[in-house]
Design a protein around this ligand. Structure first.
Ligand code: MRU
Length: 349
């Protein structure tokens, strides 16, 4: 599945598969300008850290397309749009990573003298970032697939699959890597309240690929582990601090604590664009608060009494000491994370 983020030359627009409606219907969402991209990111038409980064890269191209080339201050118009794009969601660092990479590439390229040249340059760089993301996920799959044994049941939380990346996935990339090696792997997808990325998206894409998957309520995790039905846990990440603390979808740290209690290996899978050298530890990672309605309603049905307040914190932090290994496109990073992340990830980018 690689066409859920597709640039259309005929429409001069980014066409996204609208993840809000999966698995019930497959509907396209057309982004013709920066406002559409920001709306798509904030309402989770597209979500998942690497997919957010790829979408934002195309958003930079659309920023260059929509500014008036006759405006003598066109570069300020572009810059202010890039700033807005980078702030669309706070936790996944891939968003800032992608916007910063686009901006730096422009600043380093003295041959660009006008908006048309900038737009052409950014469209090809966005395409490159998209292709690189798929290649990184496949490399994660090759390294991570080795960690799985024939017959394993892998629990995952949220959706860190093809839909959350440009294709193939990170945590689901590890599972696909194991399957591609001929191993028989089953998956338990935690449903992941409130947006239900596990129930709706992970189950959708694994079922499509004929990889056996069962959906479990988030609160079934402890019992399933106690019954020895889970051999390994593999999750994605929205941001990995320099010391190896991991921000991922709310509920992930609880799964990690339970995995430690039951002696189950807990792996994180992420490309190097998810590691943040500017964030020393998990306490400094901003956690997104999302609209209460995602908790108070399921679809159009209200499930909490009117007037009652709710928490809708979208991410939590898994401390590095609970993580068995972090699978990246460069190999598997093991503790002590402060040292191995510095030498394997930051040193090589
Ligand atoms: O709020 P979301 O759906 O964007 O959160 C996504 C996650 O937490 C994923 O697990 C993470 O981005 C890894 S995606 C490869």
């Amino acid at each position: 599945m690689e066409d859920h983020i597709r640039f259309s030359e005929e429409q001069d627009a980014l066409i996204l598969l609208d993840q809000r409606y999966l698995p019930v219907r497959e509907e396209a969402f057309v982004c013709s300008g920066v406002k559409d991209i920001i709306y798509a990111l904030q309402t989770m038409v597209v979500r998942g850290a690497p997919a957010i980064g790829v979408t934002a890269a195309y958003g930079c191209y659309l920023a260059a397309r929509e500014v008036d080339p006759a405006d003598p201050h066109w570069s300020e118009g572009v810059m202010s749009r890039l700033d807005k794009l980078a702030q669309a969601r706070p936790t996944a660092v891939n968003l800032k990573w992608a916007v910063n990479r686009m901006r730096a590439a422009w600043q380093d390229n003295e041959a660009i003298t006008n908006l048309g040249e900038l737009a052409d340059f950014w469209l090809s760089l966005a395409r490159q970032i998209q292709a690189e993301d798929i290649a990184m996920c496949k490399a994660i799959g090759r390294f991570g697939g080795e960690l799985l044994e024939d017959g394993d049941t892998v629990m995952t939380h949220c959706n860190a699959g093809a839909l959350a990346t440009a294709g193939y996935g990170t945590a689901l990339g590890v599972i696909r890597g194991g399957v591609d090696m001929g191993k028989r792997i089953q998956v338990i997808a935690n449903e992941t309240r409130p947006f239900l990325q596990g129930a709706r998206l992970t189950a959708y894409e694994l079922h499509k690929d004929n990889i056996p998957v069962k959906v479990a309520c988030d609160n079934a995790c402890s019992l399933l582990m106690a019954r020895k039905l889970v051999h390994k846990v593999v999750v994605g990440a929205d941001r990995i601090a320099a010391n190896g603390d991991v921000a991922n979808k709310i509920g992930t740290s609880g799964v990690a604590i339970l995995a430690r209690h039951y002696g189950i290996p807990f792996y994180v899978a992420a490309p190097s664009s998810t590691f943040d050298p500017d964030t020393p530890d998990g306490n400094r990672i901003p956690i997104e608060d999302r609209p209460p309605r995602e908790v108070t309603h399921v679809g159009d049905v209200q499930i909490t009494p009117s007037g009652v307040e709710v928490f809708n914190v979208a991410f939590d932090i898994t401390p590095n000491e609970l993580i068995t290994g972090i699978v990246t496109e460069q190999g598997v990073v093991y503790p002590p994370y402060g040292e191995t992340i510095a030498s394997m990830i930051f040193h090589n980018r």
